[in-house]
Design a protein around this ligand. Sequence first.
Ligand code: PLP
Length: 443
Amino acid sequence: MPDRSETMRRDPVDLDRAHVWHPFTQAGQDPAPVEIVSGQGATLKAADGTEYLDLISSWWVNLHGHAHPAIAAAIAEQAARLEQVIFADFTHAPAARLAARLADLLPQGLDRVFFSDNGSTAVEVALKLALQYWRNQGQEERRRFAAFSGGYHGDTVGAMSVGAGSGFFGAYETLLFDAEILPFPETWDGDAEIEEKEAAALAAARRFLDAHGGEVAGVIIEPLVQGAGGMRMCRPGFLRALKAAVRDAGALLIFDEVMTGFGRTGAMFACEKAGVTPDLVCLAKGLTGGFLPLAATVCREQVFEAFLGPEFDRALAHGHSFTANPLGCAAALASLDLIESEDSLARVEAMARLHRERLGDLATRSNKVSRARVQGCIAAFDVAAPDGGYTSAVGQDLKRFFLERGLLIRPLGNVVYLMPPYCIEDDELHRAYDAIAEALRYV
Ligand code: PLP
């Protein structure tokens, strides 16, 4: 037997360097990872005692702060009762209650919940549901999908296919199915050309749908904010017009609210803020308050009904070992309670005001800031750089600059953004903006 005590004695970062493969990381050049040992509120504590203010909610998942005692207690209580049970032929109260609460919170008509494990699987399920919905009704010709340039929907094959417009997946191109990538009318504060961009984007969507609408199963979009593509924002009116175009083509509209869900944009869901009820919604990330991996694809009852019948062939042949894991569902119920009891939406609105004030100020003082934009707790701007895009060198420099000052801010290339947990204090947010102002003097 290998000597376990040796492993337990060794520095975790050494062990990590020897054995762990990290996501979205060029291990050949990136520095060793920081070992985090605990978290409280918006602060993460490293093994060497350094504190990091988490301004990106640990990849957009954390809502109420790290190690929040109410969610930790809900998970512990559930773990002592039932940690997991097969979700085919069986159910449990946390899943049933969570499904009912999601249906209550989402716009009317979105009533049926399929659970999975993460944002990518929530999207994968939405694509499979849309495809089979038509197949089950004898419309097998409806098998194409349309998505948007700059859109990102996750890293599984279907999600990558509709996320081809994000530019991340060159290495996997041969795996992907062909999706139509439509223009996205990205806008920012003071954008004088937004009307023209929206009209052009809508005309392109209409042109595609007029020509091919009968072959389209679904159109997928991140509503109001495209995340990984660079925190690119659009206006609610565009989503309403898109909904009309998709409806006229008879296809399904899929909102990927993996990032925008649970209050990020100032409303519980971006679809509510936009005044659009899609046919399917994908949820993950903030669903459990950022504690456990859990996702949901929620659809209209009419979609679910198309899968009913005597033959198994009509059923959705999809499931994961941990579908509707009770611990995740208990965490999600506790997180939904906190959104209410801590009045998270009001907190997000207050954060949006602070963002607008400080970002507006940065934009007027520094000619390196362009395309300043705010949507709820999300604030972003582009930094003038010779090389734009995700691999822009300025992003790596800024990341290091912020880390050295105890700030977890991880630019998407030359796009700097903040998306803090709702518990962050105003003075903590001001500290971040002060550091950004300082950074801009050096880039
Ligand atoms: N969809 C959107 C809009 C996302 O932002 C992400 C992740 O960033 C995903 C899907 C994929 O989620 P996950 O990383 O949980 O698979």
